[in-house]
Design a protein around this ligand. Structure first.
Ligand code: ZN
Ligand code: FE
Length: 242
């Protein structure tokens, strides 16, 4: 069992604390900053023992060194971006595993947003940390990778069970929803979800986590039928002013 706590920081980032009650171990995923993360752990009496990074962007690793200084936490990050992960102790890539107490997380290479991007899939807990690869109704921009890579990465994530809870790193959902309905205006599941999203946001609520099953039914990027179709949708979203 993993207890996951959301820490909203910067304009739209989510940092996640993942806590295993049985062992008392706590990890932080993609700490953009340090202080609110340390405060959230302290408020619960948790000690952060490790940092898990998905990719090198500053809004995912900016808090690493200060958290290490305060807690002695060990830093695990993508082998393909090792030189750009502050304080890195352990490089991991596809096929490696991490552990939070007895919860085992599989490392998946999901390059596309960045060249070495990884995700952490805790299969028994039913929890996925995809960083900036998969968002609610969206996916990451292709800063360093190709449409082919991202299409493949999303397909790997969609192979996880429908009930998997997805803890992505940004609240981009409403903007993604405005684009998604232009791609599939007749998708009833999508239209219902967009209403629920608007209600949640109007009430100041987060739309993350969400499930793999929801994405399979409504996310226009994971629903693209080919790499070419994915590439067209990604390019259209890059230029979308909704
Ligand atoms: Zn990023
Ligand atoms: Fe980001």
């Amino acid at each position: 069992m993993l207890e996951v706590v959301r820490i909203p920081v910067l304009s739209d980032n989510y940092v996640w604390l993942a806590h295993d009650a049985a062992s008392g171990e706590t990890a932080v995923i993609d700490p953009a900053v340090a202080e609110p993360v340390l405060a959230a752990a302290e408020a619960r009496g948790w000690r952060i023992g490790q940092i898990l990074n998905t990719h090198w962007h500053p809004d995912h690793v900016g808090g690493n060194l200060a958290i290490v200084a305060a807690t002695g936490a060990k830093v695990t990050g993508p082998a393909g971006e090792a030189a750009r992960i502050p304080g890195l102790d352990r490089s991991v890539d596809d096929g490696d595993t991490v552990a939070i107490g007895a919860n085992i997380g599989r490392v998946l290479n999901v390059a596309g947003h960045t060249a070495g991007h990884i995700a952490y899939a805790f299969d028994d807990a039913g929890v996925l940390f995809p960083g900036d690869t998969l968002f609610a109704l969206g996916c990451g921009r292709l800063f360093e990778g190709t449409p082919d890579q991202m299409h493949d990465a999303l397909a790997r994530l969609m192979a996880l069970p429908d009930a998997t809870q997805v803890y992505c790193a940004h609240e981009y959902t409403q903007s993604n929803a405005r684009f998604a309905v232009t791609v599939e205006p007749d998708n009833a599941d999508l239209l219902a979800r967009v209403i629920a999203i608007d209600v949640a946001r109007a009430a100041g609520q987060a739309t993350v986590p969400f499930t793999i099953g929801e994405e399979r039914a409504t996310n226009p990027f994971v629903r693209a039928g080919s790499v070419a179709e994915f590439a067209r949708r990604r390019a259209a979203k890059d230029n979308f002013r909704g």
